[in-house]
Design a binder for this molecule. Structure first.
Ligand code: SF4
Length: 327
């Protein structure tokens, strides 16, 4: 069996930096306790577990503002997805020590939206409903920013948006490039005056383009990642719709049914930007050994997590050949 290790894959720089900040906070005795993360640091349960083992408490809930209501003392860590000004203000009012792990690419979108609104624009923000990143960006100016997930959302635009002479569009960082372009085309056809700024981040673009080209012709594509990870789910979609490869998502090796590999000659493996390298490495090693008589119940490998401090990086994971300085 030929195993295509799709490159680049796995942790992006925004996730690596967020994890480093959280680990550093946990190891620093001067960080006010308790230490809370407002939401999941990244959408991966294994990354969350690692921080929990270090004494960092992850709080989850319907939105960042209501999660923060649970905290009365200590330190709060804002995740790579970013938060709204309201959440920042409430944290300051409560006297909490704040560590902001917002990815710089997400911060850039906040800055763009704020600048547009200050110039009198109404903003259509293409993103996923219920995801924390849109919550933060729309929260910059809830009356002036409207979340659009699908074309049908355009039919319910408030009157102020329909009448806007100054209209702009921007996007969540982890969307499918192809879906987003289709939606942007529709918006441009309806509102020719619209200004467009695509904010799908470079890490997301590279991982989608990699799977679109490298998984083409694969009998199966395995995407390793958490079901709540938007970029992981988009990679499954890109494999199926763009590379035309049947695709499955597994959270870890234990979830991989060996029956899925039987009769397959070319299998591509990739992972979401929030998936620890060790978990993907286990899946790759199992698939590589599969037709060498190693078919058995998948077992995790021993050894340190590849993303742990001092661990050897896995080639291709988070090592995209990239024009982005930190990808
Ligand atoms: S996926 Fe993109 S925006 Fe999100 S943390 Fe990674 S680099 Fe930043």
């Amino acid at each position: 069996m030929e195993v295509i290790k799709v490159t680049p894959r796995g942790y992006c720089y925004g996730v690596v930096d967020a994890m480093k900040l959280a680990r550093k906070a946990a190891q620093d005795p001067s960080t006010p306790r308790p230490i809370y993360i407002i939401g999941l640091i990244v959408h991966n349960r294994f990354a969350v577990q690692e921080l929990s083992d270090m004494g960092v408490i992850t709080l989850d809930g319907p939105d960042r503002a209501s999660i923060l209501e649970q905290v009365t003392e200590g330190t709060v860590i804002f995740t790579a997805h970013g938060v709204s000004p309201l959440v920042k203000r409430r944290a300051a009012e409560r006297g909490l020590h704040v560590i902001d792990a917002t990815c710089p690419d997400v911060t850039k979108t906040h800055d763009i939206v704020r600048a547009w609104v200050a110039q009198g624009y109404k903003v259509l923000y293409i993103g996923k409903k219920g995801h924390p990143e849109p919550e933060g960006v729309v929260g910059e100016a809830p009356d002036d920013v409207y979340l659009v997930e699908t074309e049908s959302d355009l039919d319910t635009l408030p009157a102020a948006f329909l009448a806007a002479e100054k209209l702009a569009v921007t996007t969540q960082t982890t969307l499918s490039q192809w879906d987003t372009q289709r939606l942007v085309n529709t918006i441009q056809a309806r509102y020719p005056q619209v200004v467009v700024q695509n904010e799908i981040c470079r890490a997301t673009q590279l991982r989608q383009e990699a799977i679109a080209s490298q998984a083409r012709g694969a009998d199966l594509t395995i995407v390793v990642g958490d079901p709540r990870s938007n970029n992981t789910n988009r990679l499954v979609q890109v494999a199926e719709e763009i590379a035309h490869s049947p695709a499955i998502r597994v959270q870890r090796l234990k979830d991989l049914d060996p029956a899925a590999l039987r009769g397959k000659h070319r299998v591509a493996v990739t992972s979401g930007a929030s998936t620890p390298s060790q978990i993907t490495r286990e899946v790759i090693q199992f698939v590589e050994g599969f037709d060498k008589g190693a078919e058995a119940t998948p077992q995790p490998l021993a050894g340190p997590a590849a993303d742990a401090p001092g661990a050897t990086p896995v080639r291709g994971e988070g090592t995209a050949p990239s024009a982005h300085p930190r990808d």
